[in-house]
Structure formats: C-alpha cells, structure tokens
Design a protein around this ligand. Structure first.
Ligand SMILES: C[S@@+](CC[C@H](N)C(=O)[O-])C[C@H]1O[C@@H](n2cnc3c(N)ncnc32)[C@H](O)[C@@H]1O
Length: 218
C-alpha cells in the first residue's frame, strides 16, 4: 500500500496547468535550430501541446526525412520526452518547454529563420470548460493571429479534439480569421498525421467520438 502510494506520487504530473499563471511569463531560452536538426533538414512539423510526445516520436521514427517540433507547457513531460528521444537516438525531433499562448512569436520567429513550418497539429488541447476558464484555452483569436503570421500560404493546421463544444469553438475562432485561414472541408475521418495520439487512443478505447478538421493558411 505504502509502496503503491510512493510510486504514484513519484510519477504524478499535474493534469492541467494554467497557461496564464505568472510563472510562465518569463522569456524562454531558444535553441539553435540548425544544431538540433540534421544539416540538410529544411522543414519542420509543429505539434502544439504534445504532452509526453510518444506518438510524435513514433511519427518521427516512421518519417526520418521530416523534422518534428513538439511544444509542451508541463516541464516534467518535456524532460521525459527528451530522455526518450535521446535513448532512442531520434535526431529529427525535439520538444521545447514553452507556453504557446505567450511564447509563440519568439519561438516561431526564430524557428522560421532556418526552417519552414510544413504543417501544424493541435490535437486534444485542454478543454477548459468552465466559463471563467475559457480564457485559458490554447486556441483563441490572438493565438490564431500569431500562428498565421509565421505560416507560409497553403500550410495546413490540423485540429482534433474529443470535446464537441471545444471543437466548435476552435472552428469558430479560425473561421473568424477568414482573411488568413480557410477551412479544408474534406471530411477528416482519421488523424491527419496518420497515427493516433495518446489521448485519441484513450478516447477511442472508451468509445468516445473524435472531431477533426483542418484550416489552411492563406
Ligand atoms: C490533453 S493533452 C493532449 C496531448 C496530445 N496532444 C494528445 O493528443 O495525446 C493537452 C496538452 O497540451 C498542453 N498545453 C496546454 N496549454 C498549453 C500551452 N499554452 N502551451 C503548450 N502546451 C500546452 C498540456 O499540458 C497537455 O499536455
């Protein structure tokens, strides 16, 4: 009993963190991208809110010609992902500890000086359902605006969630930016990256529905 409690304490990571908390306001150190990725790499797929990055690493292993950047606000998960990347000698993927509501501009400005963002995924962002918490949602008008600034025309942004209300909200936010994003109305029946995320696997196993769409930068 005591052992079980000790183990569960050791691996426990906070489920949700408030991205508006003051501790996330500090500037973050930015990596030297050209040193992170193979020399000949020119494009990067960006996955925002990658958690432990398990599915992202599987993708990186399946697609060695493509580079991947996961961004995650919870530091212990980033440490875990980086350890796994090192242990598996994966050289086309990196995970950055950052708050994409605050750090999106410096990160993408610096990344796009050396690499083009080929696609973006936002899979199962935290739903923040209480009215007073809506402002904590990752996807919001300022985020959509900032993201568009750094994407070349035709870059797809894949959205996916198991929360219908959040799905409708994200579609509304991107649709409200019709001058910079257009919705790809092709029915998206499976994960756009071809591999289920960790949250997606859990939802499907429990009989839940997944809502997906894509917006394309103009
Ligand atoms: C529900 S999990 C989904 C993880 C993964 N995308 C999946 O589908 O399995 C959402 C993740 O987004 C992260 N997150 C939430 N707000 C964020 C922010 N502002 N910047 C970066 N990551 C964030 C959370 O810490 C969490 O790990």
């Amino acid at each position: 009993m005591l052992l079980r409690r000790a183990l569960s304490t050791k691996v426990r990571v906070r489920q949700h963190v408030n991205p508006l908390a003051r501790r996330f306001e500090a500037a973050i150190p930015l990596p030297e991208w050209t040193k992170l990725y193979p020399e000949n790499a020119s494009t990067v797929h960006l996955d925002i809110g990658c958690a432990r990055g398990v599915y992202l690493m599987e993708l990186a292993q399946q697609l060695p010609q493509q580079c991947f950047l996961g961004v995650e606000i919870r530091e212990p998960l980033v440490d875990e992902a980086l350890k796994r990347i090192r242990e598996n000698n994966v050289c086309n993927m990196h995970v950055l500890h950052a708050n994409m509501n605050l750090h999106i501009d410096p990160i993408l400005s610096s990344l796009t000086t050396s690499h083009e963002i080929s696609s973006v995924s936002i899979f199962h962002p935290d739903p923040w359902m209480k009215k007073r918490h809506l402002k904590r949602r990752l996807v919001n008008p300022a985020f959509a605006q900032a993201l568009a600034t750094h994407l070349k025309p035709s870059t797809p942004v894949y959205l996916q969630t198991d929360v219908l209300e959040l799905f409708e909200y994200m579609v509304e936010v991107f649709s409200d930016h019709a001058h910079i994003f257009s919705q790809d109305k092709t029915p998206a029946l499976t994960n756009a990256m071809g591999l289920a995320t960790d949250r997606e696997k859990y939802v499907v196993e429990h009989g839940g529905a997944i809502y997906r769409t894509a917006f394309v930068a103009k």
